[in-house]
Each structure stands twice: as C-alpha cells, then as structure tokens.
Design a protein around this ligand. Structure first.
Ligand SMILES: C[S@@+](CC[C@H](N)C(=O)[O-])C[C@H]1O[C@@H](n2cnc3c(N)ncnc32)[C@H](O)[C@@H]1O
Length: 480
C-alpha cells in the first residue's frame, strides 16, 4: 500500500499540485473569491484540462472532471480518493496540499446550498489548524500526542520534530482519512488510536501534547468535528485539567480554546481557574472576543447552514441557550501548560490583540521562561541580578515640542509578541545600559546619582517596576 501512496504523491507533485502551484494557478482574485465561497473565478482559471487544472477542480473545488489520459483512476479509487462514473471522475474527499509540503485528506468541503453535513464530518485543515501549528514549540521532543487529530494536519507539523507520534480521535472516519493523508505525505509509523479525550492514552506520558479540540460552545453536539457534546466550554476545561497527568517532566501542552464570558464573572478567573491546582506553569492568551450573535452566525456559516430552512430556528435556539447562561461573549485563544517541576507555579492570563511575530512556536518556550523567571525572582535577589535588554526593543518618547522631559516613554518590542510598555525614566535608563554585564544594584545606584533620586528608594521600588518587564520579555535575566 505504501508504494501506491508513494506513486500517487509523485503524481501530485509532478502536476504541481502544491501550495505554491495552486496559489499561482488560481491567482489573487480567484483565491479571494473562494474565501467568499465563490467558485466561478477558480473554475475559469482551471478550465484548460491540463493536469494541474484538473487536480485543482477535482480535489480543491470538488467538481467532477473528465478523466484525462494519464490519470490513474483505478489507483486513485483504490486509495479512496475518487470514484469514477463512465469517464467522469468524482472526488470522494477533499485533498489539499499543505504548507509543510505534505497532503491533508478530509471530507469534501461544504458550500452554501450543499446537502447538510453528516454528524461525523471530518473537517479539512484551515485557519485554526494553522494557528495551532504556528503556536506549537519548535523544540524537538521524544513523544508527542495530537489529541483530536481529525484530518491529521498537526501530525504533518510534528513529523520530524517528535520521534514518536500518537494521534487520537473519537471519530473513526477521521482516523481513516488522516491515515490516507499521512501515507500520501510519506509519514509512517503514526500510532493512531480511537477514543475520547485522554482515554486512548491512559497511563502514558508525553513531552508534547497538542490539540485543536472541538471547542465550539453550542447547545447540542451536532458535529463531532467542532462540538464535543460536553456542557458549554467544559471540553477545553477538562482537557486543561487532565493534561498534566499525561505530561512527562518538562513536558508542554498547547491547545486552542473557546471560553465563555459570563455576566458578573471575569473571564480571566474562569479560564485561569482551569489551570489552578494543575501544578503546571501556564500561559493563557485571549486573541479575540465575539458577541453571542456573531459567534452563532460564524458557526452556522461554517456548516453552510446560512439560508437553509432551519437557519432561524437554529440561530434562535443557540442564542436563547447562551442567554440562559448569562453569556455576554465568547473568547478565542491559546492555552499553554508547562510541567516545569516547580512547587510554585505561575499562570499568566492576558489579552493580545496585536499582530505577533510568527511562528510563536519559535519563541514560546522563551515566553514561558520569562513569565516563570519573573514570578520566581525575589526582591532580595534583584540587586544581584544581571539583566539584558531583549533584542529589537525600541524606545519611543513623546512630549510637547521643546520640552526638556518627555511626558511619555514607551518601550516597544519589534520582535516576538511585539508588546509595548509605558515606563518611567528609571526603567528607560536601565534599558539603555542593561547588557547583561553588571548587576542591577550598582546600575540603579548610578542611575540614582544621575537623576538625583534616592538609591535605596529606587532599589525598594525595583521589584514592582522591573518584574513585569522581565515577565513580558523586555529584559532577560543574563546567565552568562
Ligand atoms: C477542530 S477538529 C481538529 C482537527 C485537526 N487536529 C486540526 O488541527 O485541524 C477537532 C477534532 O476533535 C475530535 N473530537 C471531537 N470530540 C472528541 C473527543 N471527545 N475526544 C477526542 N477527540 C474529539 C473531532 O472528531 C475532530 O477531529
């Protein structure tokens, strides 16, 4: 069977059915139209009957094609990718090239007007898949778990970084399609197991757990690909609470999540509470919040239910259910847990609205390290600590023209999470001199002399002023 998939991969590559090939053939206009679910420009761009146009029509656009000479229809059918009907070839799946260079196989895309989704629909790789993939640490690991693997896309990203990969899903069809995608991508030896949450890996430990879970918060678990059937945001909560039991020492768990904003409750307490008592350091980031109506519309559109006879009824029922729980909004974000082995774990919960440097996975370990280092840095240690300004930090000064002193000083990161921090003159002066060579105590004493402030006073205020700047990665603690 592997030979068959190797041959088919060659066929796809020879035709140029790659991310770049499809992008180039469709062009900007057709690709943008497709994102609005309009297929006409893409059909026009692929009407020549050449191999690439044919494959795009077949698997990207999901329309029947006349089998051109050279298309090994019998082999494609044996691989579960097409059926043929008197010279016409019809795709049975959505087969998409992916940014890692491999292929992802899922159920055919639904577009407005298509028949209703089946409950065990296997969704293709999309924006959320890419978001998780860019968040996941690039650190090579021994054992990785992809919980809720679906079309198997996270495995494509983990391959080459994890020596052993276990992928689980409650939906057996998902595992079936994922296996085809892995075979087409030349990824062997993925240990695929069926079951809910951590059931299939009971008693095991992993260095990395990743999950793009069924996080959609809805009154009924209608579609396995996005809804768990757990109450409200209970699936993400349980995943977070249980994950530490499956982490090896030093292990990391990273997931996407949705959470409720409930009237009278701070969302930070709700989600932060999920991590309390796990023993892990944690980082929770809210990237977006939608109001209940926006949220319901998003997911009804996602299942192509807009404009159907049941649209109003589903919309009304979903909205009423959210209202009954006093929901004011739904947060979208990332959760990372790290088993650092500490007895004094820290959980940082924050909103990040700005564009960040991608992939976050390239520096996420550093982000967690900064949060933990700041938390565990005692006031007594501070004078002896050598700090180094992070690479790419700029200083901005704003003030009335001609004024001697600025009315506002901002430190701005041009790298990583691209945070900004309003600072005072002392912190700004530190940013100018901290290169990791000298301990903070003598530096603060020198700054006190220059600014005319009391050195003891500066030292006393230092923990409150400096710790947040370390936590946010403006300064690193130098160990050199
Ligand atoms: C949003 S899809 C993620 C697919 C893929 N990992 C990605 O990143 O695009 C969520 C997956 O979780 C699976 N799932 C749903 N309920 C589950 C459960 N109780 N335990 C494990 N997986 C579940 C679904 O079948 C689906 O494949």
């Amino acid at each position: 069977m592997n030979d068959l998939f190797d041959r088919l991969r060659e066929l796809l590559l020879d035709a140029g059915y790659t991310i770049d090939g499809v992008r180039e053939r469709l062009g900007e206009v057709a690709a943008t139209a497709l994102s609005r679910e309009e297929t006409v420009p893409a059909l026009r761009a692929t009407r020549d009957g050449d191999p690439l146009g044919t494959l795009i029509r077949l698997w990207w656009l999901g329309v029947p094609v006349d089998a051109p000479a050279g298309l090994p229809v019998a082999e494609l059918a044996a691989a579960g990718l097409v059926t043929s009907d008197g010279g016409r070839v019809v795709s049975t799946v959505h087969l998409q090239p992916w940014e890692t260079g491999g292929y992802v196989v899922s159920d055919r895309k639904v577009r407005p007007g298509d028949p209703a989704l089946r409950p065990d629909h296997v969704v293709g790789a999309g924006g959320a898949s890419a978001n998780l993939a860019q968040l996941v640490t690039r650190r090579p690991v021994e054992r990785a778990l992809d919980l809720g693997t679906g079309c198997g896309v996270q495995v494509l990203h983990l391959a080459g970084r994890a020596r052993e990969i276990v992928a689980t899903d409650v939906n057996p069809r998902a595992l079936e399609l994922a296996r085809i995608g892995w075979a087409l991508s030349g990824i062997r030896d993925v240990d695929a197991r069926e079951g809910s949450l951590f059931e299939p890996v009971a008693g095991e430990r992993f260095d990395l757990v990743v999950s793009n879970p069924p996080f959609v918060i809805s009154p009924a678990g209608r579609f396995t690909y996005r809804e768990s059937g757990f109450e409200a945001d209970g699936f993400c909560r349980d995943l977070v609470r249980q994950a530490p039991r499956f982490l090896a020492p030093g292990g990391t768990c990273q997931l996407l999540a949705n959470w409720l904003h409930v009237r009278g409750e701070d969302w930070r307490d709700r989600v932060g509470g999920w991590l309390t008592g796990t023993g892990c350091d944690g980082w929770v980031v809210q990237r977006d919040v939608q109001d209940p109506a926006e949220y319901v519309e998003l997911w009804l559109r996602d299942a192509a239910e807009q404009g159907t006879a049941r649209y109003r009824e589903l919309y009304d029922g979903w909205l009423g259910w959210l209202e009954s729980m006093d929901v004011t909004g739904i947060g979208f974000g990332w959760i990372t847990l790290h088993d650092s082995g500490t007895l004094d774990p820290v959980v940082r919960v924050e909103e990040l609205g700005q564009r960040v440097e991608l992939p976050v996975g390239g520096y996420v370990d550093e982000v967690l390290g900064s949060i933990a280092a700041a938390h565990r840095l005692s006031g007594a240690e501070l004078p002896g600590v050598r700090l180094a300004l992070a690479e790419g930090v700029l200083e901005e000064r704003i003030g009335p023209p001609g004024a001697e002193d600025p009315s506002q000083i901002t430190l701005r990161q041009t790298r990583g999470l691209r945070r900004t921090a309003r600072v005072g003159t002392v912190e700004a002066a530190l940013a100018g001199v901290c290169d990791g060579d000298y301990p903070l105590g003598p530096l603060l004493a020198a700054i006190a002399e220059l600014t005319g402030e009391d050195a003891d006073d500066l030292l006393a205020k230092a923990p409150e002023a400096i710790r947040p700047l370390v936590a946010e990665g403006f300064f690193h603690i130098s160990t050199g």
